[in-house]
Design a protein around this ligand. Structure first.
Ligand code: SF4
Ligand code: SF4
Length: 124
């Protein structure tokens, strides 16, 4: 599926960027889900860990003047991922809380959908 996604450029490290916002999440338009990091620049020390680590989705890019990351492609972020937040040494990255994603799960009946998939594969 990711092979079908359009390539939209390269980041400051020369890495290829795909437009993951085109890929629905559990059938939901990715752009309707407000899940992505926000950078608290009062805390960020510009270490680069978030930018360098998010290598597949390439959510961040790099502001060469300010020497800080920017959230350049928010809808490329993996829904419910918080890897960059966990890596950040100064806790400068913020995400929606757990309740936000649990509400989406409930509203879109994702538990029933998951059960169906498991059943169809004779896993339950
Ligand atoms: S949460 Fe995951 S996918 Fe999203 S920006 Fe951070 S590392 Fe990348
Ligand atoms: S990991 Fe944290 S401190 Fe380092 S660049 Fe990213 S937001 Fe800034």
């Amino acid at each position: 599926m990711s092979e079908d996604l359009p390539i939209i450029g390269k980041d400051a490290l020369g890495r290829v960027i795909k437009d993951w916002s085109k890929k629905p999440w559990w059938g939901i338009d990715r752009k309707k889900i407000e899940w992505y990091p926000k950078i608290n620049y009062d805390k960020c020390i510009g270490c680069g860990l978030c930018f360098i680590t998010c290598a597949n989705r390439v959510v961040f890019d790099w502001d060469k003047e300010k020497k800080k990351p920017v959230v350049a492609r928010p809808y490329n972020c993996v829904v419910a991922c918080t890897t960059c937040k966990k890596l950040c040494p100064v806790d400068a990255l913020e995400f929606p809380d757990r309740e936000y994603i649990q509400k989406i799960i409930k509203e879109n009946k994702l538990l029933a959908k998951a059960k169906e998939i498991l059943k169809n594969h004779n896993l339950i």
